[in-house]
Design a protein around this ligand. Structure first.
Ligand code: FES
Length: 247
């Protein structure tokens, strides 16, 4: 059963207030502080949540279940959905190739965990937390750069992309330059982040061509005491809407 909880978070809030002050002094932007000041509520477990969207072919109609095979490949737009909390945005990206499982390293600890790879048509669809694991910047400051946009990135990032033989684009945060490889579990490409982006486990229903979010795995989402706490549950736990933020 899924239910809301209200755990004691005094120590966490002291950390949040301290980090918020640092962010404010450093001029890091509204997005950082928004994600640090989180309410003391949450969920007891991960819901299984169907992804909806406003079908681009019928833009004035209500949201309908997203059809995985219709989702744009390596889209230059920023596509996100909130799950499982209303202050936890997540990217969804469809690649031109299948995404294999991989091992991901947390530089902060040296620990590794397993990324389960893509799902959907040709195992090409992945999803990651869209909150930067350095200091919490959110989209569109952090977003996916497909191969067609790599030339927009700083020289040190393009050099790292070349050195790591990355051919499917990167997730890059313009706050301080952290870069993640979404084809390999959102592992770290450039610092200052010391932690990869957590990934969302997706389930694909091939009969209906639809996708479900099932849980988050990896480092705890930045600014949250756990992936399930530090915010309010999304309004309807059975569905969440995938939204295009910007081109
Ligand atoms: S918040 Fe610092 S690089 Fe993203």
């Amino acid at each position: 059963m899924t239910g809301e909880v209200d755990p004691s978070r005094r120590g966490f809030l002291k950390t949040v207030i301290g980090l918020s002050a640092v962010a404010a002094v450093g001029g890091l932007g509204k997005g950082v502080v928004q994600n640090l000041i989180t309410p003391s509520v949450g969920l007891t477990n991960f819901p299984e949540t169907l992804l909806y969207w406003n079908d681009p072919s019928t833009p004035n109609s209500p949201p309908v279940p997203l059809k995985a095979s219709q989702f744009e490949v390596e889209s230059p737009s920023v596509w996100i959905f909130y799950y499982p909390l209303s202050d936890e945005p997540n990217f969804i990206i469809r690649f031109s190739d299948g995404v294999p499982p991989s091992s991901v390293t947390i530089d902060a600890t040296g620990a590794n965990y397993s990324f389960t790879g893509g799902v959907g048509p040709n195992n090409s669809i992945v999803s990651y937390s869209a909150i930067c694991q350095h200091l919490g910047c959110i989209p569109p400051i952090i977003h996916y750069y497909p191969p067609s946009q790599i030339s927009q990135l700083p020289v040190n990032v393009t050099a790292a992309i070349t050195a790591n033989k990355i051919t499917h684009g990167v997730i890059h945060c313009n706050c301080h330059g952290s870069t993640y490889d979404p084809f390999k579990g959102a592992g770290i490409v450039t610092h200052p982040t010391q932690r990869p982006l957590p990934f969302v486990t997706l389930k694909y229903d091939s009969l209906t061509d639809t996708l479900y979010a099932k849980k988050l795995t990896g480092p705890v989402v930045f600014g949250h005491p756990s992936d399930l706490t530090g915010g309010h549950a999304i309004p309807n736990l059975s569905k969440t809407t995938v939204t295009k933020l910007a081109s």
